[in-house]
Design a protein. Structure first.
Length: 450
């Protein structure tokens, strides 16, 4: 028997804020607040790529805010106008992303190709150099002896604290030195493709195998607006737009994780495993998401299908580098992130974990104990109440990563893009008319919704 799945219940205050004036009120607040953030960044940031981003992005956000204000005024007089509907809001979001992320990215890439050395964050250089090493030696990593032989000021850039798949974004630069081979451009391409597929998956009408072969109707308007809000969180939100334009390596990882959750929500456990496995082959941040999705899969009798991609793809990416130079892999992927490399990570955002580690006696031990306690609490929660819906899995990932980011002694402000995006993506995963099968990626099977 099939019944339509209601949209996710959201806190009443958030529902009122999100839906006020057809969503345009929050759009205006988002763009206006982001314009102020970009302007402050342009005026005060000590990081030159960030200042350059802020100068361009502030104008882009301001233009979007003016458009949203115009839509609000138009809606008061012509509420049925197509210029204030959901398609128009999607168009404004896409154009805003182009103005506040893609345009600054391309501008900085062009300036960098012309000789400016202050138009990219260090992670861009690290990824591009790892691509060159991959083509030259078969591994993107330098061993500890090679890193120690570098001048002290260059040893930090000798580390590649990413999974081997990230080096693929550096391959274009290894082939040619031009603005279009900047790794950030390819981060943006990967992000756009993953998000576009995720949106298509979530907005596509879902057929069910109920009596008479009826197809459950999809609340395209209400659910489409929720999907749009999730996309805005992953694109035009300043923490995401700034990260993509100046560094960018986190965005394709985030987009693939969002795609994996969308595939899970639409009863495609095998493909969900593939998507999160691709993310895990890029960066360790995807591994907790993979663990949660595997547990979700077991509640659907599809855990092995999720695990095949979620674990198999990162393992397949690690194996060649393990065979080429095991010591280099361990030094870059394990020792450096854990704080045991030849140099320490420069990440020093004053979150609670950093403050505790540096202000209290035995602070690092205290911060580590708090982090372990939080991890145990999340593990107990997953064991006692495993997520049976993709929405719940997204919430667990969002809150879990938020706690971890706040408690890790060495972290970055930009990492907040993960929990923020997961939490705002969660409502979009509650699809009307969904039937999640016990096995198989298609719509066939029994109703397994929570």
């Amino acid at each position: 028997m099939s019944t339509a799945t209601p949209l996710v219940r959201r806190p009443s205050w958030w529902h009122r804020l999100d839906t006020a004036a057809g969503g345009l009120a929050l759009d205006l607040g988002l763009y206006a607040g982001s314009a102020a953030f970009a302007a402050v960044t342009a005026a005060t940031s000590t990081l030159l790529p960030h200042r350059a981003w802020g100068g361009i992005a502030a104008l882009g956000y301001l233009g979007a805010a003016l458009v949203a204000a115009g839509q609000l005024l138009l809606r008061r007089h012509r509420p049925d106008s197509t210029l204030v509907g959901l398609p128009a809001r999607w168009l404004v979001t896409i154009l805003t992303w182009a103005a506040v992320a893609l345009l600054p990215l391309i501008w900085q890439s062009v300036q960098r190709a012309a000789g400016r050395t202050d138009r990219a964050q260090e992670e861009v250089l690290v990824v591009e150099e790892s691509g060159r090493r991959l083509t030259d030696s078969g591994t993107p990593y330098l061993g500890p002896d090679a890193i120690a032989a570098l001048p002290p000021g260059e040893q930090l850039l000798g580390y590649t604290p990413y999974q081997p798949g990230m080096a693929l974004f550096g391959l274009p630069r290894a082939a040619a030195d031009a603005w279009w081979t900047d790794a950030r451009l390819w981060f943006a391409v990967g992000t756009a493709i993953a998000l576009a597929v995720a949106v298509r998956v979530l907005r596509r009408p879902v057929g069910t195998a109920g009596a008479g072969g009826a197809v459950d109707a999809v609340d395209a308007g209400g659910h489409g607006a929720i999907v749009l809000r999730g996309v805005q969180a992953a694109t035009v939100l300043p923490v995401c737009a700034l990260t993509l334009a100046t560094g960018g390596d986190d965005l394709p990882v985030l987009a693939l994780c969002l795609l994996a959750l969308a595939l899970a929500a639409t009863a495609r456990p095998g493909w969900a495993g593939v998507a999160v496995g691709l993310a895990g082959a890029l960066k360790l941040f995807a591994w907790p998401v993979a663990a949660v999705l595997i547990i979700w899969g077991f509640t659907r009798r599809a855990g092995l299908r999720v695990a095949a991609g979620a674990l198999g793809l990162p393992a397949a990416a690690l194996l060649p580098t393990l065979l080429v130079d095991r010591e280099a892999l361990v030094e870059n992927v394990l020792r450096f992130p854990l704080g045991h490399g030849l140099v320490a990570s420069p990440a020093q955002t004053p979150f609670p974990g950093y403050l505790i580690a540096n202000a209290l006696p035995a602070g690092r031990a205290v911060a580590a104990a708090l982090l372990v306690a939080a991890g145990v609490a999340i593990a107990v929660r997953l064991a006692v109440r495993p997520p049976r819906a993709a929405r719940t899995a997204a919430l667990v990932c969002g809150y879990g990563l938020l706690v971890a980011i706040l408690l890790i002694p060495a972290t970055r402000f930009g990492y907040l893009l993960y929990p923020v995006a997961f939490l705002l993506w969660a409502p979009a995963l509650d699809r009307p008319g969904i039937r999640q099968p016990a096995s198989g990626d298609g719509p066939q099977g029994v109703d397994l919704r929570t």
